[in-house]
Write a protein that binds this ligand. Structure first.
Ligand code: NAX
Length: 336
């Protein structure tokens, strides 16, 4: 039996991540190769012509799963009836801008778009915030869409997770699909803590702990962490533009695993609303290891956390608490 159509919102669709992500969604990389979609693409007025160009290219691609394209600068029209919302649109940091100014621009965008989505999306819409500051944009989004369950609002740290898998696989000289269960804790920023303490690799002799095969604490505690944390900057240096295809691919991985489930005994990293797990302050959007089943994520519990990890998890938590304060002050809100 043919599956029901799924409507997917993509904001910032005329930007670089949008341009990479739109065809991936339309080819079934986000929701599966048998899932027909209608793509709702949104961008702002100055990008209207470019947005229309993306629509033209999608039409020219003759994609079997793509049953319709909405390309609009009207956020209400863009949000109507959507089941999945991928929020990529945002205001980039420009030279000379203070952190507070960038935060103020983005949190007001996310406040407005949360209200539009809350009123016009389909019931049980799932939201992924990609635009930076991703965790805090997602938090503001959640606050201003109170009828959307907190569990339905997440942010992207899967790119960092995939980068960590890639670094471990390179170091071991194995294919990345044999490595699993790294963790990104905290913020999608340079304070994130990439943790390979529980990661495993499939070998001809079964599953082994990565840290047993790479017996090099110094590498794990310095180079590995720094490479993952600074990978975004390295891409900008090399490409003169920020990560786009890997970000789009990670956004597909995030939604696909959330909707269709994570593989057996495998977890992934997602920025989710903290419930206090691992002693992390409730009420911030923090990246945790999660498994997904029946369209719901749950935080993996009971992992042993050593002192080194605890310190790093607290440092990124501190940054998120500060970002939350800054975001609230930009919106003149008091914290509850
Ligand atoms: P671009 O500047 O190429 O594209 C951003 C698009 O958003 C533009 O087309 C712009 O017109 C649009 N836009 C601006 N204000 C908007 C609004 N109010 N509503 C809708 N659209 C709006 O940036 P790009 O490289 O595509 O990156 C997009 C966002 O993703 C940025 O915020 C970036 O920092 C963030 N990233 C987050 C990642 C993550 O892992 N969480 C990784 C990739 C990316 O760097």
């Amino acid at each position: 039996m043919a599956k029901n159509l799924v409507r997917v919102l993509l904001t910032g669709a005329a930007g670089q991540v949008g341009y990479a992500l739109a065809p991936m969604i339309a080819r079934g990389l986000m929701l599966g190769p048998d899932q027909p979609v209608i793509l709702h693409m949104h961008d702002i007025e100055p990008a209207a012509e470019a947005l229309n160009g993306v629509k033209m290219e999608l039409i020219d691609s003759a994609l079997p799963l793509l049953k319709g394209v909405v390309a609009t600068t009207d956020i209400v029209e863009a949000c109507k009836g959507v089941n999945i919302a991928t929020m990529v649109g945002g205001f980039p940091r420009k030279e000379g801008m203070e952190r507070k100014d960038v935060m103020a621009k983005n949190v007001s965008i996310y406040k407005a778009q949360a209200s539009a989505l809350e009123q016009h999306a389909a019931e049980n819409c799932k939201v992924l915030v990609v635009a930076n500051p991703a965790n805090t944009n997602a938090l503001i989004f959640k606050e201003f869409a109170p009828s959307i369950p907190a569990k339905n609002v997440t942010c992207l740290t899967r790119l960092d997770h995939n980068r960590a898998l890639g670094q471990v696989a390179e170091r071991l000289g194995v294919h990345v699909s044999n490595v699993k269960n790294v963790i990104i804790w905290g913020n999608h920023s340079s304070t994130q803590y990439p943790d390979a303490n529980h990661a495993t690799v499939t070998t001809s002799e079964g599953e082994k702990l990565v840290r047993e095969l790479i017996a090099d604490d110094n590498w794990f505690n310095t180079e590995f962490i720094a490479t993952v944390q600074q990978r975004g900057a390295a891409i900008i240096k090399a490409r003169k533009q920020s990560s786009a295809l890997s970000a789009a691919s990670a956004a597909c991985d995030h939604i696909r695993d959330w909707v269709l489930g994570t593989p057996k005994e495998t977890w992934v990293s997602m920025g989710v609303y903290s419930d206090g797990s691992y002693g992390i302050q409730p009420g911030i959007m923090y990246s945790f290891p999660v498994t997904c089943q029946n369209g719901e994520w749950s935080i993996v519990q009971g992992l042993k956390i050593d002192d080194f990890s605890r310190e790093k998890m607290k440092a990124t938590e501190k940054e998120l608490i500060e970002e939350k304060e800054l975001a609230y002050s930009c919106l003149n809100l008091s914290q509850t």
